[in-house]
Ligand binder design. Sequence first.
Ligand SMILES: [Zn+2]
Ligand SMILES: [Zn+2]
Length: 407
Amino acid sequence: MNATPRPRIRFAAAFGFGLVHAAALGILALDFSWEGVALCLGSYYLRMFAITAGFHRYFAHRTYRMNRFWQFVMAFVGQTAAQKGVLWWAAHHRHHHRFSDQPEDIHSPVQKGFWWSHMGWILADEYEETQLEAIRDFTKFPELVWLDRNQFLAPMLYGLGLWLAFSWTGLFWGFFLSTVLLWHGTFAINSVTHVFGKRVFETRDTSRNSFILALVTMGEGWHNNHHHFQASAAQGFLWWQVDPSLYLIRLGRLLGIAKDLRPVPEKVVGLARERAVWHFSSRTFERAREAFDAAQAGWDARAEQLSARWVERRETALASASHRLSELDASRLRAAAQLERLKAEYAAALAAAAAGTRLRGQRAKALAGIRVEELRLEIEKTRRSLVDALERLVEASGMGDGLPTPA
Ligand SMILES: [Zn+2]
Ligand SMILES: [Zn+2]
């Protein structure tokens, strides 16, 4: 189920990628040590922070400011994660947001499959170059361009440093194993959070929120939040949406390193709070459907009552009344027809979203699920204008008294 063809994978890249995975197995040649575990985790989270707070929230999205010195430090530490150059990373990420889950998206599981979005695209010939035109705001710093061009320097120095300081434990636990885990932790945001998890916002892509991935990636698991509002330093919008990168950026603000953190607008926080329990995953999908159907039934009844009132006197009212009233009547008919059409489409989308639970059917299922959410909004909007037209008709024709109040 691939909508667009995949570019070719570069042999040298795939070979190097495999080699680092093999080197991670080097820990098996050493005795187990808690020092090794601590080095692995410490090295993982240090660099995960530089990737999420640095590469992603600073370089790709500019959600806060730093001076030139700290900016370079962040870029350097981020590059020790061996995820290519800082400008390469940020430019490709901007592209992802521009075309999320569209055919142009270079790492969409919906378009090119799960494993392609996870790691295939990184090894592809086609995306090897840094898209400098997409990151002009940072190419004016020659030190960043230099760092970006010499992508192997930082990881090599970092690995060497760990080896000198902690010997083989440092090299295999602190560098190789930690780097492999860091790769897959980061890549999971491109793959897993576009397939599994909860949707809170009706973004035009398939992004989802995942608590577990937020722990793995220091806050990036709130990917549906992030696709909905990209400009904030925070990705967790509610207090319980754990976002360690944000906490550390705030600590940086206390220390005078980070400035002008861009906030999440109140409106967005409100929506997130409102929908905290309303999301679309297999378990709660049904609950959302039932809640919507119940609300719809109430408003349908209201529209029917008003309609009955109106139709009773329609002929006489229209015969004696103004042009405005017949215009209103025409818009009532249009809204009613539109509502019928939307409801039919809603039923079809609902059936498609419920079908295909396995990974193979994820694309159709995800797209249908998004359509269901969009249709709910459209139905609510159309029904609101139908009821509105009916209320005005009934009132204008002098039959307003004694009508039932809205549910
Ligand atoms: Zn982003
Ligand atoms: Zn995404």
